[in-house]
Write a protein that binds this ligand. Structure first.
Ligand code: 1GP
Length: 236
């Protein structure tokens, strides 16, 4: 499979620690989304990750693992996304865990499958913010600096603005996208239906829809067309 991540506009993020029925999973995988990302902040284990991968693999949709725990690294995904939380207070989430993982697996990694995500967590109430002790009280200039750090200094292929659980500031998202030179801007947080999906897709390169899959599947599925067809889908 040739993965053209640079063309992805829409991703569903599924949490291995949350239940999803076979029917719902089928609808997600056949929705027309560009990829399914498997990941979560807590409760992700090798076993629940393997289970979810096996179920997603019944379908052709590209499937990527966002690694947050070394114990839950499961082979067989198309890509492995590695978050580096640039505004983490706990440096374990910037280089610490990465260092430990590379001590263990560094010699056997297929680097063509590894994609680094420069994360900027902006919702202080999100589990990920608490876990990483992220400093979310950032000015526009702070966020711009982190964006440039990920894009220019560290050459991350992805800059991820993470508002998980709440819909973010689209002017800020647009601002960060405008200063990136090579990275794709991923936006995630609070996209609960087509209208917010359209707004976020106008601001970022790629949008990530997570919670809505579990809260209201119909509205979550409608985000795919909203991104693909933009305003036309909204009018329907
Ligand atoms: C979470 O960015 C994703 O990591 C999506 O956020 O769950 O709020 O959609 P939501």
């Amino acid at each position: 499979m040739h993965l053209r991540m640079e063309q992805w506009k829409h991703i569903f993020k599924l949490d291995p620690d949350r239940d999803i029925s076979d029917d719902a999973l089928e609808r997600v995988c056949l929705s027309g989304t560009d990829a399914v990302m498997v990941g979560g902040s807590t409760g992700v284990t090798f076993d629940n990750t393997v289970d979810l991968l096996a179920r997603i693999r019944r379908y052709e949709v590209p499937c990527v693992l966002e690694i947050s725990d070394q114990e839950a690294i499961v082979p067989g995904f198309d890509l492995f996304m590695i978050p580096v939380v640039l505004n983490a207070g706990d440096t374990q989430w910037i280089v610490g865990r990465h260092h430990q993982a590379l001590k263990e697996y560094g010699a056997i990694i297929d680097w063509d499958q590894i994609v680094t995500e420069g994360y900027i967590i902006l919702n202080g109430d999100a589990t990920a913010a608490k876990l990483t002790e992220a400093d979310t009280r950032l000015s526009v200039k702070d966020v711009e600096a982190y964006g440039r750090m990920a894009d220019r200094l560290f050459r991350c292929p992805i800059v991820y603005l993470e508002y998980s659980g709440t819909f973010g500031d689209m002017a800020l998202v647009r601002r960060v996208r405008s200063l990136l030179s090579q990275a794709r801007l991923f936006y995630g947080g609070g996209i609960d239906g087509p209208e917010k999906a359209r707004q976020a897709a106008e601001a970022a390169h790629t949008i990530v829809v997570g919670n809505a899959v579990y809260e209201n599947l119909e509205l979550a599925l409608a985000t795919v067309d909203a991104v693909r067809y933009g305003k036309a889908a909204e009018r329907e």
